[in-house]
Design a protein around this ligand. Structure first.
Ligand code: 1CP
Length: 333
């Protein structure tokens, strides 16, 4: 059994696996080299030669326990026919829904558009280097994808004022998302993804009263579907205020925490395996500070099934030597 599955399914606390969100990405010179020659990010995500290579770059370099397929949560809106561009400095930009008929999608069109993603997963999972490691597939949670599809740019500062105005449109997109996220998960699993992570990066934007409709209910549906495929599912509802309630409502196999939450509180409140939490900025300082931060998590989770990871993605300015040091410190002590 792979280390991640052992931790998740057997609740084995004797070994704490490690992987990092955005472990393949701009902090690696070998990624930047490929990226420089491939200016179109969507095309890069659809390149079934380069995606396996990028996915395995951090596995070749470091002693990680899992790979995560190099793709993006916004490939689902792309598969649904929404225009998608990544512009330097601006982040993602999505097309509008002037024409409501654009929301009528054929399943076969969606699968065809995302076929290269599934081919990449298959190729990657067949690589010997992953024999004893998991290959993590992922999706964005329905709420976070709804945010991008309606807002059409990152909601970094705020949601657009009229975000909740067109209730019909929101409900319509939400149900389309639920249906197609299941398809996207099914095809990732069928092609070799052994764990699924659901990223709800914008869960923290909602007030308590809206969580049931936009987060708990739709995410639970996706979680239950993934479990029905016999694949463990990790949820990352970033910046949500009440992780305990999220776990009670959604019941994932693992809860991934962000760096704003006190790990001591989590370990007291939550009885399922936990992942992450370490501040990505800890990798930007010096080795001693990083060691102190990791020690804190080691101590808090010593008697709890725990997967080492960050509280958000690796920052682009991170020195790869610090990642190396982090893994060594996690594994050596
Ligand atoms: O080179 C570049 O400029 C591209 C940067 C980049 C990368 C490396 C983007 C653009 N996406 C990715 C890959 C990616 N995205 C992965 C790969 C696997 C990994 O190594 O972890 C994953 C899991 C994602 C998921 C993703 N995309 C999320 C959820 C996690 C998070 O960061 O909160 C989100 C919100 C996106 C949208 C996205 N993709 C990229 C950007 C710049 C953004 C927007 C972020 C924002 O709105 O602030």
């Amino acid at each position: 059994m792979t280390p991640i599955k052992k931790c998740i399914l057997k609740k084995d606390i004797s070994y704490k696996p490690i992987w990092l969100m955005r472990q393949a990405g701009r902090y690696l010179p070998e990624f930047r080299k490929i990226r420089k020659k491939n200016k179109n990010f969507v095309k890069l995500c659809l390149n079934n030669k380069l995606v396996p290579e990028i996915t395995l770059q951090p596995i070749k370099r470091f002693d990680f326990d899992a790979a995560i397929i190099f793709s993006d949560i916004l490939m689902v809106p792309y598969g649904l026919g929404q225009k998608l561009n990544f512009t330097k400095g601006l982040g993602p930009q999505l097309g509008d829904f002037n024409d409501k008929s654009s929301l009528i999608i054929k399943k076969s069109n969606f699968i065809n558009k995302l076929k290269p993603v599934y081919e990449s997963i298959k190729k990657t999972s067949n690589n010997k280097i992953l024999e004893k490691k998991d290959l993590i597939g992922f999706v964005g949670a329905p709420w976070t994808l709804l945010v991008y599809m309606i807002n059409r740019i990152s909601p970094k500062k705020n949601l657009k004022k009229n975000f909740f105005k067109d209730k019909n449109l929101n409900n319509n997109i939400l149900s389309i998302l639920k249906e197609y996220l299941k398809i996207h998960i099914k095809y990732q699993v069928r092609n070799g993804a052994t764990v699924i992570q659901i990223f709800d990066s914008w869960a923290g934007l909602l007030s308590e009263k809206d969580l049931e409709k936009y987060v708990y209910q739709p995410t639970k549906e996706i979680v239950d579907f993934t479990k029905s495929l016999d694949v463990p599912v990790i949820c990352f509802p970033r910046n949500i205020k009440n992780f305990k309630k999220f776990v009670e409502k959604v019941n994932p196999d693992v809860i991934s925490i962000d760096y704003n939450i006190e790990p001591k509180k989590i370990v007291k409140d939550i009885h399922i395996p936990v992942q992450g939490g370490i501040d990505p900025r800890a990798l930007l300082v010096d080795k001693q500070s990083l060691k102190n931060e990791v020690k804190k998590y080691k101590e808090v989770f010593k008697d709890h099934p725990y997967i080492f990871n960050l509280g958000h993605g690796v920052l682009p300015q991170t020195d790869p030597n610090m990642v190396e040091y982090l893994i060594k410190f996690v594994k050596d002590n």
